[in-house]
Every structure is written in C-alpha cells, then in structure tokens.
Design a protein around this ligand. Structure first.
Ligand code: SAM
Ligand code: SF4
Ligand code: SF4
Length: 338
C-alpha cells in the first residue's frame, strides 16, 4: 500500500471524521452537560456550518491525500436533514472504501431505511445502559432505552450492520457492563466498551471514574468466558475478543489505559470546517476559509498536506506518561464527535 501523506511520526492520513452538526437532542453528562449546553448556548448558526457541497468537496480533497474511510458524527448527525444525500454523494467519490455513522440511535427508527437506500452499510449506535432510570440520568432526560433499541432493530431490519458503543463510568453505569454484554451477545450485535476519556473541559473527568479495559474484561469473562482475536487491520482502535461458546465478538476501546497514538491516522473536521489533528487538540485549522476563497482543490490539498506533515500529536500517550497539564484547553467532544 502506498503511504500517502505522512505526519512527523510517520503516520499516514487514512481516516476522516466529519462532524456535520454541533447540535444534539441528548444532553449526555460526559459530553454536553445541560448546565453548560443550555438554551442560551451559542451553537453555530446555519451559515457557519459546512454545506453539503462543501462537505463533498472537502472529502474529495482528503481522499486525494490518501483518506479511505469516512465516519460521520456530530453532535447528533441524524439531526441533519440532508444526511441521506450526503451519504449518497460521499459514496460516489472514487477511493472511498467505507462510510459509517456514529449516532445516539434516537432517530434511527425513522431514518434507517432512507440511509440504507442512500448507500450506508453500517452504523455505530451509542447506548450506555439498559436501565431506563440510569439511561435517562445519563442522557439528560432525553430518551428512554426502548427508543434506542427500536432504532437498533430498525437499522438491522433495514440491512445496516450495527455496532453498539458503551462508554463506561465508575459509579454511573458500570453495573450495566455485564447486562449490556449479555443482551447484545444474545441479539448478535458487536458491542464495544469505551474507557471514559478526558475529552474537552466541561465534563469534570477524573481518572478514578475510569473503569479500565482489564476490569471490563474480567467482569465479562467471569460469567461469559472470552478469548482475544486478531485485529482486522493495523491501527484498529478496538481490541477484539470472542466468547468461547459462540462466535459473537466484543471490542474494548482503551484510549486511557492502553493508548494507540502510534497508529493514529485520523483527521477530524468540525461542523464549521475546522481541521483537528487530535481528539484532544487545543486548536483547529479553519478550512472553511479556504473553501470559501478562490483557492483550487490542489491548493487546499497542499495546505492540508502541510498541516498533516507537521502533526506530532500523541496526547493519550503523553497522558500515560504523566505529561499533561490539567489546565490545557481542549476542544469539546460534541464539537468534533469522537
Ligand atoms: N451523538 C452521536 C453519538 O452519541 O453517538 C455522535 C457524537 S458522540 C460525541 C460520539 C461518541 O463519543 C459517542 O459514542 C459517545 O458516547 C462518545 N463520548 C462522548 N464523550 C465521551 C467521553 N468523555 N469519553 C468517551 N467517549 C465519549
Ligand atoms: Fe449528544 Fe452524542 Fe454527545 Fe450524547 S454523546 S450529548 S448523544 S453528541
Ligand atoms: Fe490519535 Fe490524539 Fe487519540 Fe492519540 S490522543 S489516538 S493522536 S486522537
């Protein structure tokens, strides 16, 4: 495989995460706590957000630099009315090998068939508990569990491959690890457990609230024995396991206790078109400015190439080494979508 554009640590640019809106119909405490993201929060005005044409053009430019996989995220991407059309047009770009969406699932029941017909093949649905009271507590009273489970069912019925993401927080939903594992084992969907991360500055993250990969594995393995399986590809963020009694797979994303910066090939673009070269970046590069100027695709590609060539981000590795200042400003998760 050719290497395309490399950063300072020889990591290629392979994945693009497009946040298509900064708005969300949930208020998960670890991402958009209600007291900060309230009615007066200055969300982006529609003219600031990248249009469909701008998103398609930008993706084409990234693909010319070596990007092969696209993830659409938010905020809540399904709030964006032109999402099926976006999927359809991104699918037409020569060189795009994979498109996925990360969603809270609340609107999937309505939109899954349309997304499938637009060419989407897979979707990751976030769900942090099967217990209604806890789920409501976690999402700021916005949705019951049933709503998301119906969304998952609708996606599956429409022909989409579904993976479920659960962010685990000690004392908030760690009692749900085993019930979630069991439920999705029975329903034959891959679930990925995500270590709670210190993204942004508004969730008050503390290391004591992290349940480690090892502990998650221990808790599940005690009741449903597991064995490791090979990664699908180099740089896969989730480590994979399978249950011994069937072929059902689970994954664990251990960005806190076992960071994977050395293979990180992901660029992130926020809804207003800022490029971030790390989930924990303090600053972004305003690409909307270039898209709305006279610059050609080649000139914009050159600019992005330069930014990538100068990238040295390895925040999670540095956190592991104890080299992160507590006061370092970071972009909010809802702004770049994970
Ligand atoms: N709204 C969509 C959703 O919830 O799937 C997409 C955007 S959301 C920011 C993307 C993912 O980031 C979700 O799976 C969410 O659970 C995860 N996430 C948000 N804050 C997090 C944190 N502090 N640590 C780990 N994962 C987090
Ligand atoms: Fe919304 Fe997703 Fe953030 Fe929850 S995690 S508030 S659903 S963007
Ligand atoms: Fe990539 Fe930054 Fe996460 Fe490391 S901390 S894996 S560089 S996004």
């Amino acid at each position: 495989m050719e290497n395309g554009v490399l950063d300072k640590l020889q990591r290629p640019l392979r994945d693009l995460r497009l946040s298509v809106t900064d708005r969300c119909n949930f208020r998960c405490r670890y991402c958009m706590p209600e007291e900060i993201f309230g009615p007066n929060f200055p969300f982006l005005s529609p003219d600031k957000i990248l249009s469909l044409n701008e998103l398609v053009r930008l993706t084409r430019i990234f693909v010319s630099l070596g990007v092969r996989k696209i993830r659409i995220t938010g905020g809540e991407p399904l709030l964006r009315k032109d999402l099926p059309e976006l999927i359809y047009r991104l699918n037409m770009i020569n060189g795009v090998e994979d498109i996925a969406i990360t969603t809270n699932g609340s609107l999937l029941k309505k939109f899954a068939p349309e997304l499938f017909n637009a060419g989407l093949k897979r979707v990751n649905v976030s769900l942090d508990s099967l217990d209604d009271a806890r789920f409501l507590q976690l999402n700021g009273n916005r949705s019951r569990v049933k709503n998301v489970l119906e969304g998952i069912q609708a996606a599956s019925n429409a022909g989409l491959k579904v993976k479920v993401n659960m962010v685990v927080q000690k004392g908030k939903n760690d009692q749900d690890i085993v019930p979630m594992a069991r439920y999705f084992k029975e329903n034959k969907h891959t679930i990925r457990f995500i270590e709670y991360m210190d993204v942004g500055n508004s969730n008050g993250w503390r290391m004591e609230e992290v349940i480690t990969k090892q502990e998650i594995l221990n808790r599940i393995g005690e009741v449903m024995p597991l064995e490791p399986i090979q990664p699908n590809y180099i740089g896969e963020v989730a480590t994979r396991y399978r249950y011994l009694d069937d072929d059902q797979e689970i994954g664990i994303i251990s960005s806190v206790t076992e960071p994977f910066c050395s293979a990180c090939s992901r660029a992130r673009v926020s809804a207003e078109g800022k490029l971030y070269t790390c989930l924990f970046a303090s600053k972004g590069y305003d690409l909307s400015h270039f898209l709305r100027s006279e610059m050609s695709d080649e000139e914009i590609a050159d600019t992005i190439k330069n930014i990538w060539n100068n990238r040295g981000d390895r925040y999670s590795d540095e956190r592991g080494e104890g080299n992160i200042s507590k006061n370092r400003p970071k972009i909010e998760m809802s702004h770049i979508g994970g």
